[in-house]
Write a protein that binds this ligand. Sequence first.
Ligand code: SIN
Ligand code: MN
Length: 276
Amino acid sequence: MAGAAVTSLSALKSAYRTHGWCEPPYRFSGEAVELIRDRVLAMSRERRPEVVHEQDSGIARAIHGCHAFDEVCAALVRLPYLVALAEEFLGGPAYAYQFKVNLKQAHEGAAWPWHQDFAFWHEEDGMPRPDAVNIAISLDDVHEGNGPLMAIPGSHRLGLLDLPEGRAENGAESDWRTHVSADLAYTVNGHRAESLIREKGRKLFLGPQGSLQVFHPSVVHSSTNNPSPDRRALLLITYNAVDNAPAHPTRPAFLVSRDTTPVVSRADERLGLVAV
Ligand code: SIN
Ligand code: MN
């Protein structure tokens, strides 16, 4: 890691608690991003259940659970700075609950409607509390035109919004494909999102490739289609507190890791961070 840390972990945690997101003062080096992008491209061409395609065009939309089958992704999960962020924010040992890359391909990448991740994890997996944290790594330059991730500051303190009625009573599980497609099972009503934005504003996660952002499982977020010629691949690692593991998950292991062993930090010189 080059350069001095300009924002301490505790200052980042305080911003995260207030807004539901924060931006660490580092980004991945060009070499690190190139290495990860190469692996992502290779994985996206594989025919395996972890690779999900867009409904309309059939091009790769996302790759799930990569840390279980790709050595570079496994190394990423163990990086000391990411583990330190997760442990600081969760207040104790953490394990990798989910790992995914949303590819948002040029011209073809479809939207993610307004939603809260914890709705899926609580309703489908039985995660007890929103004591998990998303760390997002941009694998491409992100600008306003290529479908950036957007979040509504402070919305993580509103609890779960607009859950469909009746599901808890009949105990039905939805098809996991509706948790990873543009047609999501648990969404926040668009009118509600608009009114929340009028009240609280909107944060766009923009920046050069390698940028890091952290966001809360209950923060209301979305992203639009990508009509631009620029891909917007976003890698997301979700760490969960070890004492917050779902008791009886049923979704595939590439969406809900069954291995709740705390992550042990290990430096990897290929995956360098630079101060921003
Ligand atoms: C996106 O890739 O834009 C959406 C990410 C998410 O909903 O977690
Ligand atoms: Mn999400």
